[in-house]
Design a protein around this ligand. Sequence first.
Ligand SMILES: Nc1ncnc2c1ncn2[C@@H]1O[C@H](COP(=O)(O)OP(=O)(O)OP(=O)(O)O)[C@@H](O)[C@H]1O
Ligand SMILES: [Mg+2]
Length: 225
Amino acid sequence: MIDVIGLSKIFNIRINGAKVINGCENINFSVKEGEFLSILGPSGIGKSTILKCLYRTYLPTKGEIYYESSIFGKVNIARVPDRKMIVLRNREIGYVSQFLRVIPRISAIDVVLEPLLLKNQISYKEARKRAEELLFQLRIPEYLFDAYPSTFSGGEQQRINIARAIIWKPRLLLLDEPTASLDKESVEIVLSKFLKLKEEGSTLIGVFHQEEIAKSISDKIYIMK
Ligand SMILES: Nc1ncnc2c1ncn2[C@@H]1O[C@H](COP(=O)(O)OP(=O)(O)OP(=O)(O)O)[C@@H](O)[C@H]1O
Ligand SMILES: [Mg+2]
């Protein structure tokens, strides 16, 4: 489903003159449909950069990212026009960022159900029911459902972000350290949700810091050195 070939991202920045920073260099891996691939490696090695290239937050400097999409057939994410990438993001590809950006003054439940309203064309009432179910499963206390996530704990915010990403069952889900702020019990609940998504046919690529988490959940591990 995904073939990453010779992917590199170089940043040209200006601090006291021009500097070149290697985001990631010569990355090669493949992922089959329905697989879970984990990416492991030390801080600063370029894990988030790879995911951002896959989601096209970053335009790769070199290399190809072939993706077998269901809407357009085979596309090269490294070169696909922006308007097609927007359609892919809206319809097929989900992303959970490493650092949480909560939307101000929107309640937790509305943050979670919004993708359903935008993508699945169901009523607010039905979307809310499904979002509540998911938040219960992720052990978010009910009194927080209508509160603003900006005041939530790190782990609560992370679970809201995950709920928003999995509720619409994207075909491909990119996860950047989705369990970093969670306690052991929450990690297990979240991992079981990812596995359920996989059983239902989704393909997942996740960056993890703890090797044991990566080993417990993935079919393949890509190690960066
Ligand atoms: N937008 C950017 N502009 C300039 N440099 C960047 C940018 N994004 C990433 N980098 C640099 O690219 C390198 C890889 O960063 P990246 O965030 O991919 O690492 P990482 O493996 O995800 O690290 P961590 O485990 O700490 O999250 C770092 O040296 C970082 O400073
Ligand atoms: Mg990172």
